[in-house]
Design a protein around this ligand. Structure first.
Ligand code: NAP
Length: 454
């Protein structure tokens, strides 16, 4: 079965790549249209398998089809071409005629995420960007929503076939053995992954262990620190604390951009203000058993740490866990950072109180690679610039007076960051720049116009 899928993807690569851009764009739009039309079939399945509420899932499906249409627009506009005219006087020697174009890298394996059953799953951003780059896609379905994965896969497959895409352009497979075999198969040229550091790292190691290593675009773990300056805490502490709690409890904390660290000045009462708000938040079910077990294990590790205080202990109810708020000091984090800087995927977050500006900056410097880093500050805050500089050195997206949950699908978005946020810090998995992961540059030198690729 996997062999058939791989052979078909391999056979589809050339004809799918050679399909005129307008037809490829139309195929992506057709997928979006058919997914929208299938909403009433897909959303209930997603609700059942992910335990996420209907409104959230409907919104996510809208984002998913918007994303497909945006990539279709990008395909219509064409990918960047750089050109050098020949120049006999070019130092240090004559310059040839060069045209740098982008060609599809070849069949791509996409490991779907658990936490966004539409937007980061079968028809999500990785699939859309790889199809836009004219690469066939084999999705390894996430075991958290198998029926939804098949149903979505059928819609995508049908839409692509009707739009004239070659058979083999798209398929869904299940099972971790199939996932591993696909990563190792010589016909596969790139992998995109969203999930845990452990799983992502294991598959990354597999991808680079091949006789011919291939690019592995993994989006793994991030704790998304939020720093609050003394001035901001004093002028609008309550508002900031409320925003923080709303952000870390959104989607039961199952966002890769959830703020897991709230770094605040000691003595400003932000932890207590946040705790009050946390107590108002209801329990919510987690995505699946595995996420639940992972959450309880990492939360348990944090709670047991001797420098951690529990501000609000979220009850474990039959509906799921209520949010938990923990606190520690910057000093403790600087003395023994690693256990306090582990991602806890679910509705929990850690308040870190700093005693001085230098301590706040030291916390920023102690961080590993992040998807996001946020500062809540005032325009004339002295610490603002050094803090933003430290965060930009470690995070793919730096926010000012905002919240990291919610990643806009746009041209300038960067959803990535240094390891372990991702395995490929030069690239994004959200926004139109995501196609660059699947386009291989080729410079044609002195090749006559009529012999160049269309
Ligand atoms: P996961 O355990 O990493 O699994 C993700 C995908 O990779 C699944 O399809 C899984 O397949 C596959 N996989 C993992 N390890 C593998 C291995 N050694 N060999 C072959 N396939 C492997 O992630 P998850 O189930 O989505 O969530 C667990 C954790 O991931 C969360 O607690 C959270 O920390 C993190 N997470 C991060 C993001 C993000 O956006 N960065 C999103 C969701 C979750 P099988 O299950 O079939 O093995």
């Amino acid at each position: 079965m996997l062999e058939d899928v791989l052979a078909a993807a391999d056979a589809a690569a050339r004809p799918w790549g050679e399909l005129p851009r307008t037809e490829r764009a139309a195929a992506l739009t057709a997928v979006a249209d058919e997914l929208d039309a299938a909403a009433d079939e897909l959303v209930p399945l997603a609700q059942k398998e992910s335990h996420l509420p209907e409104a959230r899932l409907r919104g996510e499906l809208v984002r998913t089809t918007f994303q497909l249409r945006l990539f279709a627009e990008q395909v219509r506009a064409g990918f960047e071409v750089a050109e050098d005219a020949p120049d006999p006087d070019w130092p240090p020697g004559p310059r040839p005629a060069l045209r740098r174009v982008h060609l599809p890298i070849g069949p791509v394996v996409v490991f779907a995420a658990s936490n966004f059953p539409f937007a980061f799953s079968v028809a999500g951003g990785d699939t859309a960007s790889a199809l836009a780059a004219a690469c066939p896609v084999i999705v390894k379905a996430h075991p958290g929503h198998p029926r939804l994965s098949d149903a979505t896969g059928e819609v995508v497959h049908r839409a692509l076939s009707r739009a004239g895409a070659p058979e083999g352009t798209f398929a869904v497979v299940h099972g971790d053995e199939n996932g591993r075999s696909a990563v190792l198969d010589p016909r596969v040229e790139a992998v995109a992954f969203t999930g845990s550091v452990r799983g992502g790292r294991a598959l990354f190691d597999l991808a680079v262990s091949r006789p011919k290593p291939i690019p592995f675009y993994g989006e793994l773990g991030s704790i998304n620190p939020v720093f609050v300056t003394e001035q901001a805490a004093r002028s609008r502490g309550a508002e900031i604390a409320a925003g923080y709690v709303d952000s870390f409890t959104m989607g039961a904390g199952q966002f890769c951009t959830k703020p897991g660290l709230f770094v605040v000045p000691a003595g400003t009462g932000l932890g207590s203000l946040a705790a009050e708000r946390v107590r108002e938040k209801a329990a919510a079910p987690l995505l699946n058993e595995r996420i639940g077990a992972g959450y309880r294990a990492s939360l348990g590790g944090l709670v047991e740490h001797e420098e951690v205080r529990v501000l609000v202990e979220g009850a474990d109810t039959p509906e799921g866990p209520a949010p938990t708020l923990l606190a520690t000091t910057a000093r403790a984090l600087l003395d023994d950072g690693e256990p306090l800087l582990t991602e806890c995927f679910g509705p929990a977050s850690l308040v870190v109180e700093y005693a001085s500006r230098d301590e706040a900056l030291a916390v920023a410097r102690a961080l590993e690679g992040q998807l996001t880093g946020t500062v809540h500050g005032e325009d004339d805050d002295e610490i603002a610039r050094p803090l933003l500089t430290e965060l930009a050195a470690r995070a793919g997206r730096v926010l000012w007076n905002g919240w990291p949950t919610g990643v806009a699908v746009t041209h300038a978005m960067h959803h990535g960051g240094p390891y372990p946020a991702t395995t490929a810090p030069l690239h994004t998995s959200v926004g139109t720049a995501a196609t660059a992961r699947f386009l291989r540059p080729v410079a044609f030198q002195n090749v006559p116009e009529h012999l160049l690729p269309a």
